[in-house]
Design a protein around this ligand. Structure first.
Ligand SMILES: NC(=O)c1ccc[n+]([C@@H]2O[C@H](COP(=O)([O-])OP(=O)(O)OC[C@H]3O[C@@H](n4cnc5c(N)ncnc54)[C@H](OP(=O)(O)O)[C@@H]3O)[C@@H](O)[C@H]2O)c1
Length: 275
């Protein structure tokens, strides 16, 4: 593992988060390369992490054991097609972090069968608290799976799904999920202000309550429903609030919202993979 060379194609937010996580985990920057056409982006990354930088995607792809595709989904076809000869010649592990790009399309663009791990990280990876689901095709070896997992674990939780079709559900839950919680925090803050709290206190109390609830749910052996019941006393304030949320159809709203996100994810995958 100490000799493994990793190349990132794209020097944007996701690549920087992963590189930062890997270096914090003890990876030697000399084993990490980053390619991006934008010299300014590359200089910023080189300054931050002392990694090797390159404007030529083909160059780094042909010299690495792992190639992480970290460009926007819209340009993935062009980027993957342009490095297909290097990927087919060297056969590295390819990891795609692009939302909504299916493995079959990526392999077609990459010139045919290759060891491919498709990931769905979320924006919290930028603060090393991400939740990433990974799917490996059948060309990926046990060692390559461990390697992919260790790279994604550098920015938070990483778990495997054994059916690529589940990536649409993952996208609806953890991919789009940060926005659901931001919306809840936003609504709590706004209401707290109408109840008289100043903006700063409303924000701090709402955010810390969300953080504490997530921490408790993560660390407890009890499920969310029991944790909720344990803080809801008959005739109390929490019960009064929950009755309003339940009778207002909160559960149905989430059911409809996640189903809509899942359907959109399927449609986008079809659109991106069309050519
Ligand atoms: N950020 C997130 O929270 C998040 C969450 C889940 C999944 N993802 C996935 O991660 C991928 C990257 O997202 P991001 O947020 O890191 O985007 P980003 O910040 O825009 O980074 C993409 C980078 O790729 C560069 N690039 C453009 N054309 C290129 C080429 N031909 N070769 C190499 N690099 C090229 C871009 O340069 P320019 O800026 O000069 O165009 C930019 O530096 C996306 O596919 C996205 O779906 C991101």
């Amino acid at each position: 593992m100490n000799e493994i060379r990793v190349a990132f194609i794209g020097a944007g937010n996701m690549a920087r988060s992963l590189i930062g996580g890997l270096i914090a985990d003890g990876w030697d920057p000399a084993r990490i390369s980053v390619a991006d056409p934008d010299r300014e982006q590359l200089n910023a990354v080189a300054q931050l992490f002392q990694v090797h930088t390159e404007t030529d995607n083909q160059q780094v792809s042909g010299q690495s054991d792992v190639v992480v595709l970290a460009v926007k989904p819209q340009i993935m076809n062009a980027v993957a097609s342009a490095i297909s000869a290097q990927i087919q010649a060297r056969q590295p592990l390819v990891i795609s972090v692009a939302a909504g790009i299916r493995g079959q399309d990526l392999q077609r663009w990459l010139g045919g069968r290759c060891a491919l791990v498709r990931c769905m990280p979320n924006t919290q990876a930028l603060v090393q608290s991400g939740a990433t689901a990974l799917y490996a095709n059948d060309a990926v070896s046990r060692e390559q799976k461990d390697l992919a997992e260790s790279i994604l674990r550098a920015v938070g939780l990483a778990l495997w799904v054994d059916d690529e079709a589940l990536m649409d559900a993952v996208t609806a839950l953890s991919g789009s999920g940060p926005a659901y919680f931001f919306l809840v925090i936003e609504a709590l803050e706004e209401t707290a202000r109408t109840l008289g709290l100043d903006a700063k206190s409303a924000r701090l109390l709402a955010v810390q309550t969300a953080f504490g609830a997530a921490k408790m749910a993560l660390e407890s052996s009890e499920d969310a429903a029991s944790l909720r019941r344990r803080v809801t006393y008959p005739g109390g304030t929490t019960e009064a609030a929950l009755e309003v949320l339940e009778s207002g159809g909160l559960r149905d709203l989430f059911q409809n919202a996640l189903t809509a996100a899942c359907e959109r994810s399927k449609a986008l995958a079809k659109q991106f993979g069309a050519d």
